[in-house]
Design a protein around this ligand. Sequence first.
Ligand code: IPE
Ligand code: IPE
Ligand code: MG
Length: 241
Amino acid sequence: MANNQPCREDLPEHIGIIMDGNGRWAKKRALPRKYGHREGAKAFRKIVEYCDKIGLHYLTVYAFSTENWKRPKDEVDSIMQLLEQYIDEAFDHKNESDGVRTKFIGDMSALSPVLQEKIKRIEALGEGKSGLLVNVALNYGGRHELVHSMRALAEMVREQKIAPEEIDEAMVSDHLYTAGQPDPDLIIRPSGEERLSNFLIWQAAYSEFVFMDVLWPDFKPEHLEEAIRIFNQRHRRFGGI
Ligand code: IPE
Ligand code: IPE
Ligand code: MG
């Protein structure tokens, strides 16, 4: 069951993870990159399970960016296939991860009709549940998301539902894919890279960042605990003193 653990006071409300380093993991073993993605998918499943167990409320993982289409077709295809598999397995084990809700954030229109259909079905499975919400960022880009929000607001102005001067931060947030969710408190990036790569750029305004040297396929619950421990030592000021 999700979130039936005693409430852990040290837990952030929302954790974001940039699941990076799959390619390097494979390269180190002289394997094709797709094997790195396969191991990365296993690490992802374990982390979702663990986050559910400890009672986390929101987890957002970066699975595929709007820029990742630049990669060879073969690699892109293998990532999409792993996502399909993940959804299929989530259905097969739906009783074990009872409360977990999965939501996909990003532009789904570019995905195959089969994957789009699976996404709709897995999202529907989570309706009415209140456990861990996992946002899978797929064909996601923070800039794209902001353009999407701005277009929706522009449309409202055109239809004279709102005046331009009424547009405020809350309205922009309400038109992002993460509408209604709290901003990430903690963003973790494994693999040694220290950048956002277009992940949740609006929502990360006051997030704490933890960069770790481990490659994503080697990322274990212990690494997540270490990141939470570091997060709890930070002093968040939000512009105050
Ligand atoms: C992250 O691992 C997965 C995706 C971006 C889809 P990478 O494939 O970027 O791994 P590295 O950074 O090349 O090691
Ligand atoms: C970010 O990683 C995207 C995901 C992890 C899905 P990249 O590997 O694409 O980012 P860059 O190219 O190193 O910035
Ligand atoms: Mg990378």
